[in-house]
Design a protein around this ligand. Sequence first.
Ligand code: DX5
Ligand code: ZN
Length: 219
Amino acid sequence: MKKVQISPSILSADFSKLGDDIKRLEESGADMIHVDVMDGHFVPNLTIGPPVIKSLRKYTKLPFDVHLMIDPVHKYIKAYSDAGADIITFHPEATENILETINLIKSLNKKVGISLNPDTEISAAEAHLDKIDLILIMSVYPGFGGQKFIGEVVKKIEDLDQIRNSKGLNFKIEIDGGINFETSKIALKAGVDILVSGTTVFKENNGDLEKNIKTLKQI
Ligand code: DX5
Ligand code: ZN
């Protein structure tokens, strides 16, 4: 059976004690930490930037899975790398040259991801699937936690899984938005490897992180 990984989004954590919450996530079985970076321009919300990520780095050895919802993105890649990102994911709409941004991230020895919004087709990333480490499928329109899972993206996951198998590629499929104990199963069945979850991990079962992470991992 394949190994499911959980990348809890700290967007649903308590921002006044992010360090503690990240430590608790590590102790509770998280595989990586999903950091949502928003610029109030590419998406209608603002979150955190490199100085906060840098200050959080010392709280965990888990990889930082940094989801950049910023435009332009290319000129900020190095700052996020220096701050301690391990996986750097960007949206293709936010760069003038996708390949150059992929190569920049790789040159910094970081893993690279491309994120597809619900209305962005696979074709936006298809030429690069052999060069990237993961595809982040948005199952909500990015900007806010707590939104409802958009079921139409399941077909995109199945198609990507099929392309991956037929071409013998190794990229992981990660899903982000509206993941709960039901939608997690739908996504995993369609071919997802990594589940991002903010609301479910932090709020279900009175915030029992360990129980929520364990339950999400069940196929
Ligand atoms: C949305 C973010 C997500 C979000 C997920 O723009 O990219 O990572 O925090 O939150 P939930 O799990 O609450 O949908
Ligand atoms: Zn995200």
